[in-house]
Write a protein that binds this ligand. Structure first.
Ligand code: NAP
Length: 254
């Protein structure tokens, strides 16, 4: 579908399951060589095996995005194997449901370390490689929980803070990286069917309340978000940078 993606090299973080896995598989279907990274290398290898069945090449790399050493190693292994990085999908994230008054400093730090500092570390390391070829695309996965025009979520204060940070960081990065040929955008999903929303699904009343606010009256599918990631990764979106694109079944329009 996107001819220009053929032969490109992408890193997807948090790709052992959920949306990251689907982004990795969808990119591979477009002819992209995908580095599948997450905390569990074994699970990443399973995704790479699936990619192999489509005839594309992949690479599994263990990487905790909150650890600079592991992020640097991720980039090094990508360059060793494929020689370049064209696309980074910053996707790894955690959502810990806990009342604001009970969140400990350690829990706050852990969420921000993975969801925000991890995005910074990966983006910076990848962008240093992208500048060498004067081209590249970074897609940062935030959420409708990004604040401002987004929605607030009780029991997710640290998560919301991290997702809002991604939007501000992306805008500033886009300004600095535009002259270097690198585009940076945000994808802000609403409620998407992945293991991350299992705790919400356990409370049918909460789920009902949330769905009442979504005009399309359903949870989104990871594939639907991947379609947007592919569009932003391809040259089809060549005039887009610094943007935050919402994909939420109409939630924020309500
Ligand atoms: P998911 O199924 O939980 O996938 C997230 C992946 O990231 C998991 O494999 C997780 O591994 C991994 N991860 C966690 N900490 C990591 C770290 N330090 N380093 C590397 N990988 C790490 O959730 P998802 O729904 O696909 O989420 C993907 C992204 O979309 C996240 O950024 C999330 O905030 C965002 N998002 C999700 C929704 C939704 O409704 N699902 C909505 C808006 C935004 P473990 O399983 O081992 O923790």
């Amino acid at each position: 579908m996107y001819e220009d993606l053929k032969g490109k090299v992408a890193i997807v973080t948090g790709a052992r399951r959920g949306m990251g896995k689907v982004h990795a598989l969808k990119l591979a279907q477009e002819g992209v060589k995908v580095v599948v990274s997450d905390i569990s290398e074994e699970d990443c290898q399973k995704v790479v095996d699936e990619i192999g069945k489509t005839g594309e090449e992949g690479l599994a790399v263990k990487c905790d995005v909150s650890k600079k050493k592991e992020v640097d190693e991720l980039v090094k292994k990508t360059i060793e194997k494929f020689g370049k990085i064209d696309i980074l999908v910053n996707n790894a994230g955690i959502a810990q449901f806990k009342p604001f008054l009970e969140i400990t400093e350690e829990e706050w730090n852990r969420t921000l370390d993975i969801n925000l500092r991890g995005y910074f570390l990966c983006a910076q390391a990848a962008a240093k490689e992208m500048t060498k070829q004067k081209s590249g695309v970074i897609v940062n996965i935030a959420s409708v929980a990004m604040g401002q025009q987004g929605v607030g979520f009780p029991n997710l204060v640290h998560y919301c803070a991290s997702k809002g940070g991604i939007v501000g960081m992306t805008e500033a990065m886009a300004l600095e990286l535009a002259p270097l040929g690198i585009r940076v955008n945000v994808v802000a999903p609403g409620m998407i069917e992945t293991p991350m929303i299992d705790p919400i699904k356990q409370d049918p009343k909460a789920m009902e309340g949330l769905m009442a606010r979504v005009p399309l009256k359903r949870v989104g599918k990871p594939e639907e978000v991947s379609n947007l990631v592919l569009f932003l990764a391809s040259d089809t979106s060549s005039y887009m940078t610094g943007a935050a694109v919402v994909i939420d079944g109409g939630w924020l329009a309500g």
